[in-house]
Write a protein that binds this ligand. Structure first.
Ligand SMILES: Nc1ncnc2c1ncn2[C@@H]1O[C@H](COP(=O)(O)OP(=O)(O)OP(=O)(O)O)[C@@H](O)[C@H]1O
Length: 323
């Protein structure tokens, strides 16, 4: 029995007050995080927020300046039980000078005990990976496809994808999402994806982690997060009546019609009003919500000292309170 088979442990990776400094830059600032096992986590944040650094720490590819990372309850460093459980697909993966795709796949098949060759072959055909071209000479999208295939076919109990879509066209990205979800459903494991294309991966992710300026801003289920805001569509005067003085995240107008996304769930009474006024409620876009939260954090100091998203999103605050 390998360590990830051990029953009862709901957490696959835990970070305790993890800090990573590079000279004057604090890339990750006292982050504490527990990643539930067998879920797909989205790691989101702006450029330079600390995503790649945090991923390197959580996969034990890098050492924290302070704090501790535990994987399946163990210290991962030079731990031969833990390391084969982790596959980290980086944006800029380096391969040996003369390597062909088959060399990379063979190395992965040797490194990851749960590697599935049949799945790998199917993905190679799906992504049309040229098998006779050196990886170095491949296009960006083809290189990304090699990484994505390794990430999926490794079936590693912990798989990280750091912006895996670089250079992949829309068809190939969709293929990646579909194949990942298919294989994850049949073989659940812990997956962490960092991406700027939030709405593209929104349907995949079950838990959302947002990092900003090295600190965790949001760590909650995608469902809970979505429930914190609502989009109301219909006649402008009727929409205004329903949303009251809630904070507006986004608004689009088309003549007398308006589509307004506001913070704060609707009460049953307000839902009745929505029906009476013939308005529509549509699910809120995760991207809009996260863009808003990140912008808010930029305006509100200091994030690390407890200006939590709970406060930012609290239904109890009036617009005036928030200013
Ligand atoms: N090796 C390094 N040496 C010095 N500074 C670094 C190093 N790696 C990262 N940083 C700094 O740490 C901060 C976080 O970088 P990181 O690459 O983790 O961000 P990111 O969220 O992945 O960004 P992006 O979305 O642009 O890829 C940045 O300010 C970056 O300049």
């Amino acid at each position: 029995m390998s360590i990830h088979d051990s029953p009862g442990d709901a957490v696959s990776i835990e970070a305790r007050h993890v800090t990573r400094r590079f000279k004057d830059t604090v890339a990750v600032n006292s982050v504490s995080l527990s990643l539930a096992r067998d879920q797909i986590h989205g790691l989101l944040g702006r450029n330079g927020a600390g995503k790649t650094t945090l991923m390197s720490l959580l996969t034990a590819q890098d050492w924290p300046t302070e704090g501790e990372v535990r994987i399946f309850g163990q210290s991962p460093y030079e731990n031969e039980q833990v390391m084969p459980s982790i596959c980290f697909v980086r944006e800029e993966q380096r391969y040996p000078e003369d390597a062909l795709a088959r060399h990379a796949f063979r190395a992965a098949s040797e490194a990851f005990p749960l590697w599935n060759e049949e799945l790998a072959q199917r993905l190679i055909a799906d992504f049309r990976v040229p098998m006779k071209t050196r990886i170095k000479k491949m296009s960006r999208g083809q290189k990304s496809a090699v990484g994505v295939i390794i990430g999926i076919a490794s079936r590693a109990p912990i798989t990280f994808f750091d912006e895996p879509y670089m250079g992949l066209d829309a068809v190939a990205r969709q293929l990646f999402y579909d194949r990942l979800l298919e294989d994850y459903s049949a073989h659940p494991r812990t997956i962490v994806i960092s991406s700027h294309l939030i709405d593209e991966i929104a349907h995949l992710i079950e838990n959302v982690v947002v990092i900003d300026d090295g600190a965790i801003l949001v760590d909650e289920s995608a469902e809970e997060l979505r429930d914190r805001a609502v989009t109301v569509v219909g006649r402008a005067d009727a929409v205004a009546q329903v949303v009251g003085n809630r904070e507006v995240l986004h608004q689009e107008e088309l003549g007398r019609m308006v589509r307004m996304t506001v913070l704060g769930a609707l009460s049953e009474q307000e839902r009745q009003l929505v029906r009476k006024l013939d308005l529509d409620l549509v699910p809120v876009s995760l991207q809009q919500l996260i863009v808003h939260l990140t912008r808010r954090a930029d305006r509100t100091e200091p994030v690390g000292a407890g200006v939590s998203m709970d406060a930012a999103l609290s239904d109890d605050l009036t617009l005036e309170d928030r200013r």
